[in-house]
Design a protein around this ligand. Structure first.
Ligand code: GLP
Length: 258
């Protein structure tokens, strides 16, 4: 597992966006198409705006990019302003040249949620994800795989932890009661199937989760720690998120990465 420690969020986002753009260019030049897994939340905003800038500068094209989003709240229609559908089109997809038919996001309104999750998992497996981009929760969750999630989990409906409901209430006007209690999410093993996984961790509120993921063993109580088992896992963080790491850990990764 690689760990890149950048001085701030902007630098971490710039590096991650450049990495993703290079990946899109190299994979499409070899295979013709590339498949990405994508997250929502505050963390990827910097990467999305950098990727939009790279697209506008003619440095990357999304014409042959297929995407699968990590998760979606159950019971929210795509046009609901707090849905992940809305978020993705608003902050990213409507600013780039992606083909709508190549965008996949779980349908939070599906009548048969289990069938929706199963079909999504199969569709991802058919395409094969080249790079999964993600963020992490304060408790170390990835996508909506809360602490305690099976490390071999697949796409399914999950009940959200109280801390996640609280953290995400900011996207619902600060009203905890409006946050859906369940969501559909790719599983930990779904993410691990990707050829590469790149997780961005930013801010002092994520420092404990990052320390557990990097310095402790693999543990289902910190789903992010599964990255230790990935052949091509990269965590990109800022100094604030690295604040709880031991000096030796920081020195080691800085010496091999910079
Ligand atoms: C949500 C999402 C995760 C995201 C996490 C952290 O729970 N399901 O995919 O990584 O929030 O969000 P933020 O980046 O806003 O801190």
């Amino acid at each position: 597992m690689r760990l890149r420690i950048h001085s701030n969020y902007e630098e971490a986002s710039r590096w991650a966006a450049a990495y993703i753009a290079a990946k899109i260019n190299s994979v499409t030049s070899k295979k013709g198409t590339v498949t990405l897994g994508l997250p929502t939340g505050s963390t990827p905003l910097g990467v999305y705006s950098e990727l939009i800038a790279l697209y506008q500068a003619g440095k990357v094209s999304f014409e042959n990019v297929t995407t699968f989003n990590m998760d979606e709240y159950t019971g929210l229609a795509p046009d609901h302003p707090s849905s992940y559908h809305y978020f993705m089109w608003d902050t990213f997809f409507s600013h780039i040249n992606i083909d709508k038919k190549n965008v996949h996001i779980l349908d939070g309104m599906a009548k048969d949620a289990d069938a929706e999750c199963e079909a999504y998992e199969e569709a991802m497996a058919r395409c094969g994800v080249d790079l999964f981009l993600g963020g992490a929760g304060e408790d170390g969750h990835i996508a909506f795989n809360e602490p305690g999630s099976s490390l071999s989990s697949r796409t399914r409906v999950k009940t959200l932890a109280p801390g996640t409901l609280r953290a995400n209430s900011r996207f619902f006007g600060g009203d905890l009661r409006r946050v859906p209690k369940t969501a559909m999410t790719v599983g930990v093993a779904t993410i691990m199937d990707a050829r590469e996984v790149l997780i961005i961790v930013s801010g002092a509120n994520k420092a404990r989760a990052l320390r557990a993921a990097v310095e402790d063993g693999v543990n289902h109580l910190c789903p992010l720690s599964i990255l230790q088992m990935h052949r091509h896992g990269i965590i990109v963080c800022d100094e604030d998120a690295a604040g709880e790491l031991g000096v030796n850990t920081v020195n080691y990764f800085k010496s091999i990465e910079m």
